[in-house]
Design a protein around this ligand. Structure first.
Ligand SMILES: [Fe+2]
Length: 299
């Protein structure tokens, strides 16, 4: 059984469609039977209604599981005033308002279905004899809405998140926390014999990575609709929980059309440009910049 892990779609329906088509066209031996979504359906892009329709259809199928993201909470008005106060990016709040207004135009029956989003626990678990897989939006170690960004180069943060898993879970098998939120693919692991020895892979798309059940892992599939490694292709991952492997994929989509519709929806060219060009965070170290330049294919 294989699971497609999708995260952070951010109202980008073109990117989602390209990912779904890519999954359909995988060889039978690699084709996922289930889809697990790690949160952030909405915010940023212009396609709130199309994404809502896809989500509602998917959520009625038992092969689809999900957790909720911080942007979904923002759009659905489920943040406390104190939490909202912590969101400093006014442009992001505007896209929440815009998506909320769009969802508000749906018939009452459809709108009530959106509450199924909120009914999910923030964690989904899948267990095999050798590995426990923990699916979350931000890392399991962070319980608060203002979770830190566990980018691959943040070794101190990654080590702390692994420490949390080691301390809170039974050590009778491997532990894998699959998370979204950062919009950058990650494959970090550690052996824990007293001290934690962290190893972070520089991911090459379409390469199969084995998961050693003797280790603790932090894995991020990247973002479908708003990547942040200057490679604008949509990102997702296929996990084989029983064979213990993951493959990361990047899929091109019509980003010019996406950019055009973001402007049409009233977004500033500056922000729309940053999103469509997959602008990276300000603190990417030079060696990671070099890695991202080497692996991007959308030049
Ligand atoms: Fe996100």
């Amino acid at each position: 059984m294989k699971i497609a892990v999708l995260s952070d779609i951010h109202s980008n329906f073109g990117a989602l469609q390209s990912v779904l088509e890519h999954m359909e066209n995988l060889p039978d031996t690699d084709k996922p039977e289930e889809v697990w979504f790690l949160g952030d359906l909405w915010g940023r892009g212009p396609d709130a209604l199309e994404i809502c329709e896809w989500f509602e259809k998917s959520a009625s199928d038992s092969s689809f599981r999900w957790v909720i993201g911080n942007h979904d909470l923002g759009v659905l008005h489920s943040l406390t005033p104190a939490q909202l106060e912590l969101v400093k990016d006014e442009e992001v709040k505007k896209t929440w308002e815009r998506d909320r207004n769009k969802l508000g135009t749906l018939p009452e029956e459809t709108r009530s279905k959106q509450t199924i989003l909120l009914d999910q626990p923030p964690v989904q678990i899948f267990e095999t004899e050798t590995i426990k897989y923990i699916f979350t939006h931000h890392v399991a170690a962070d319980s608060d809405f203002t979770a830190a960004y566990h980018f691959p180069w943040k070794e101190v943060l990654l080590t702390r998140a692994i420490q949390f898993l080691v301390e809170t879970e039974k050590k009778d098998r491997g532990l894998v926390n699959i998370y979204g939120h950062t919009h950058i693919a990650n494959l970090a692991s550690a052996t824990c014999n007293g001290d934690i020895h962290l190893n972070v892979e520089r991911i090459i798309p379409e390469q199969k990575y084995p998961l050693d059940p003797g280790k603790v892992w932090l894995i991020n599939p990247g973002s479908v609709g708003s990547p942040r490694d200057r490679d604008s292709r949509a990102g997702y991952m296929v996990l084989d929980p029983h064979d213990r492997t993951v493959i990361f994929y990047r899929v091109p989509y019509d980003r010019k059309e996406f950019f055009r519709r973001m402007l049409e929806g009233g977004m500033t060219p500056d922000l729309a440009g940053k999103i469509v060009n997959a602008d990276w965070p300000h603190d990417v170290p030079p060696d990671w910049q070099e890695h991202f330049r080497r692996t991007r294919m959308d030049k």
